[in-house]
Design a protein around this ligand. Structure first.
Ligand code: ZN
Length: 286
């Protein structure tokens, strides 16, 4: 039976390493994800500015056409002025020329303002373009670093998994699965001894009969390591338990296992002290 506990102890170390590397691999892309999110935001801003710029470009085209039209109209009227003879016609033309001039003036003002706006937009656009190029470069660089790190960690992980598979090659899959879960949930400590009648994992006092069973399994002679049925789990913290002699065990020893009445007699005085000192649950019922 001892061999399976040794194997579980070794497996515990390997599994804890495996989970650590697995977590490290999961954390690697985080820095990159942040940079990618920033780049995505920059791209959206760039596209919005670009769309606005295109719209303003169209508006500028329309304004220029209207300005040209107003100019042509004014010139036409001015030419007609040279040929008219009647005062009424003169007044009408004079008015039309005036209107065309006003329109030209308004349009020109609008055009200048819009051109200024267009230039500002394009300046922003080129700044955004620079930022985008820089961020893209950073993301590419970070991706390279990430890929390399992941590859390195993966190689380490593969080695650990091979180690784990070798250790657990004769294990029942259910036991392995359960043990992995315990290691993950209990901070890497999945197999602990019982000292006296206390689980050294959670320090809870265990039922005496249960301790006796664990003790029997622990000391049992065995050929191989396929004794999963004899593996005991702490009813409080779920860790695998094995029995380990400790200083305070001398007091319990005979109570649990000795068949020699005399020995029990000899220990009685000490046992009395011990039992009266505390919290031993089922011990009294033995
Ligand atoms: Zn426990």
């Amino acid at each position: 039976m001892k061999e399976i506990y040794n194997t579980l102890s070794k497996l515990q170390v390997v599994l804890a390493k495996m989970f650590k590397v697995e977590d490290e691999i999961k954390e690697i892309p985080m820095a990159l994800a942040d940079k990618e999110a920033v780049l995505q935001k920059t791209k959206i801003t760039y596209l919005e500015l670009h769309e606005k710029s295109e719209k303003v470009k169209e508006e500028l085209k329309t304004l220029r056409i209207r300005l040209d039209e107003a100019g042509v109209k004014r010139e036409t009227c001015e030419k007609m002025m040279e040929t008219i003879t009647q005062a009424r016609e003169f007044e009408t033309l004079q008015k039309e020329i005036e209107e065309a001039k006003n329109a030209e003036q308004t349009l020109r003002k609008g055009l200048i303002a819009k051109e200024k706006f267009y230039d500002e937009l394009n300046a922003k656009l080129s700044i955004q373009e620079e930022i985008m190029a820089q961020q893209t470069e950073e993301v590419e660089e970070e991706t390279k670093v990430k890929d390399q790190l992941v590859a390195e960690k993966q190689a380490v992980l593969d080695q650990i998994i091979a180690e784990k598979d070798e250790l657990a090659k004769d294990f029942d899959q259910n036991l392995l699965f359960k043990f992995e879960r315990i290691i993950r949930n209990k901070g890497g400590l999945g197999i602990v001894p019982i000292h006296g009648i206390v689980c050294e994992g959670c320090h809870m006092t265990l039922p005496a009969q249960f301790v006796n069973d664990v003790r029997r399994s622990t000391t049992m002679e065995s050929e191989g390591i396929r004794e999963e049925d004899d593996i005991h789990f702490c009813p409080y913290c779920s860790r695998v338990l094995y029995y380990e002699e400790s200083a305070e065990d001398q007091h319990f020893d005979n109570l649990f296992t000795a068949e020699d009445e005399d020995e029990i007699e000899d220990e009685n005085a000490e046992n009395d002290d011990f039992i009266s000192s505390g919290d031993f649950g089922d011990l009294d019922s033995i």
